[in-house]
Design a protein around this ligand. Structure first.
Ligand SMILES: [Zn+2]
Length: 252
């Protein structure tokens, strides 16, 4: 009774609401479109919450979320998960430090898999998040089978993002708030690098030493909180999602 009841409560619960809110915000920034998806780990269980495969990323609601186990089986909610759900299950299985996964087809990121010798450079202070590098997964296929998910998780390794050749990107974070902020910053960093190259300039990326000292001064908890207050507040004011899904306690 208890295990099943708890899983059913996740559908429409606070974590589902936050997942819907983050997805709608990423869609409103065109980081997600008609495809791409975000998942969040069910705390303490080999399961995740994810949207139904065909539901619009712009109109997700907590009540339509699914709870899926690490074998891809829907264990709460009704409907089918996205065809690439194995991306999420295999990364969450391989990385206990990760609680949220984003897979999307961010155009600026894909460009870096289509150009010979292209490498994403750490341009802005917040790029310390990707100081270990951003590997490229060589297989352009959609990730639908278990072994493809495992291969992608292996390409990601201990990094925080992996590009997928001619396809997209998968990013990981410790929380849904983390994945929202990371996706926004990742795109900002790419835009800086691309605009410098378009201006005919040579990028001057942060050095390892600079990133080392920046990392020491950065407070991710504070940063995520500050940016969540900004982006979620703005999104609620613009009608992107209802105020009751903005669950951050603002007692700060
Ligand atoms: Zn994809």
């Amino acid at each position: 009774m208890s295990a099943t009841a708890n899983l059913e409560e996740l559908v429409g619960g606070p974590l589902s609401a936050e997942l819907a809110a983050v997805t709608r915000m990423l869609e409103s920034r065109e980081l997600l479109s008609y495809s791409g998806h975000v998942s969040v780990r069910v705390p303490g269980q080999d399961a995740l919450i994810i949207q139904r495969h065909v539901d619009s990323r712009a109109e997700l609601v907590p009540e339509r979320m699914l709870v899926v186990d690490f074998d891809g089986k829907v264990i709460a909610g009704k409907g089918n998960p996205p065809s690439e759900t194995v991306i999420h299950t295999e990364i969450l299985r391989a990385r206990p430090d990760v609680n949220a996964v984003l897979h999307c087809h961010m155009q600026l990121a894909v460009l870096f898999t289509q150009m010979k010798g292209a490498k994403i450079l750490p341009m802005r202070t917040f790029a310390t998040r990707w100081a270990s590098g951003v590997p490229v997964h060589p297989d352009p296929s959609h990730i639908r089978r278990l072994e493809q998910g495992q291969a992608l998780a292996a390409s990601l390794g201990q990094h925080q993002a992996v590009l997928m050749r001619a396809h997209g990107i998968t990013m990981v974070a410790e929380s849904l708030k983390g994945i929202l902020v990371d996706a926004i910053h990742f795109e900002e960093n790419l835009k800086d690098q691309i605009q410098i190259m378009q201006m005919g300039g040579e990028p001057i990326p942060l050095t390892e030493e600079e990133m080392g000292s920046l990392k020491k001064s950065q407070n991710r908890t504070h940063h995520l909180r500050k940016l969540w207050i900004y982006y979620a507040g703005k999104a609620v004011a613009s009608g992107i999602f209802p105020a009751e899904w903005n669950l951050l306690d603002t007692d700060h």
